[in-house]
Write a protein that binds this ligand. Structure first.
Ligand code: ADP
Ligand code: AMP
Length: 215
């Protein structure tokens, strides 16, 4: 299965992707995670991307497209993948279509996680992540068992720098201005399915396990 998870920051894409990955053994490919790894390792890509990420803006399309051209050709993507945070612009969506066509593949489904802006602010304000393995927590809804320590790997659980309210508002504005255009883009291609992001953390998994979609 090859799927895209679409939705505003904080909708639960990473959380849902973890459940789908566990169930189907698909590669979970998060552009945000790849970029953060590059920032951490001070690569040229990371250095170029950091100022956009810190400001809650999109990293330029060329950079993301080149990064994903390499990533989607890695072995683990061959048996299917969940794209989390990509594409985020129409140009990225077009390029993804071209790349998959070159590889003789196509997307099976695009799941839109629907959530209000107010809920996003509440979720991102309370989000905490493991700086080592990327596990996702929430201070109220899903706290780590021992504060500050990851349940899965023992790494440090931290707040992301871009999860402060001013940056969250900018990221939401960018979503509404740019990424939300992909709803119509994929609706026209009959790939879009909508899921209520306020539901359980495995709502997407339940939705794609229906006999109509499973592949
Ligand atoms: P995204 O990847 O879309 O930015 P995350 O998966 O990181 O979103 O989730 C954002 C925050 O919301 C996290 O703190 C996570 O624990 C919480 N969260 C995710 N899904 C749900 C849900 N269905 N119900 C309540 N909280 C959720
Ligand atoms: P995320 O982890 O998906 O919330 O992404 C964190 C940040 O990484 C975003 O605010 C952007 O600055 C950058 N980013 C992630 N994915 C993309 C993308 N597909 N296109 C442009 N910028 C991206």
């Amino acid at each position: 299965m090859r799927m895209v998870l679409l939705g505003p920051p904080g909708a639960g894409k990473g959380t849902q992707a973890a459940a789908i990955k566990k169930r189907f053994g698909l590669a979970h490919i998060s552009t945000g995670d790849i970029l953060r790894e590059n920032v951490k390792s001070c690569t040229r890509l990371g250095l170029a991307a950091k100022r956009y990420m810190d400001a809650g803006r999109l990293v330029p399309d060329d950079t993301i497209i080149n990064m994903m051209r390499e990533r989607l050709r890695e072995d683990d993507a061959g048996s299917g993948f969940i794209l989390d945070g990509y594409p985020r612009t129409v140009a990225q969506a077009e390029e993804l279509g071209v790349l998959l066509k070159e590889m003789g593949l196509c997307l099976d489904t695009v799941v839109l996680l629907e959530i209000s802006d107010d809920d996003v602010v509440g979720r991102l304000g309370g989000r905490r992540v493991c700086s080592n393995c990327g596990a996702i927590y929430h201070v109220a809804g899903h706290p780590a068992e021992k504060e500050g320590i990851c349940d899965s790997c023992g790494g440090s659980v931290i707040q992301r720098g871009d999860d402060m309210e001013s940056v969250i508002r900018e990221r939401l504005a960018v979503y509404h201005a740019e990424t939300s255009q992909l709803v119509e883009y994929y609706e026209k291609r009959r790939l879009l399915r909508r899921v209520d992001a306020a539901g359980p953390t495995d709502a997407v998994l339940t939705s794609i396990e229906s006999p109509k979609v499973i592949m």
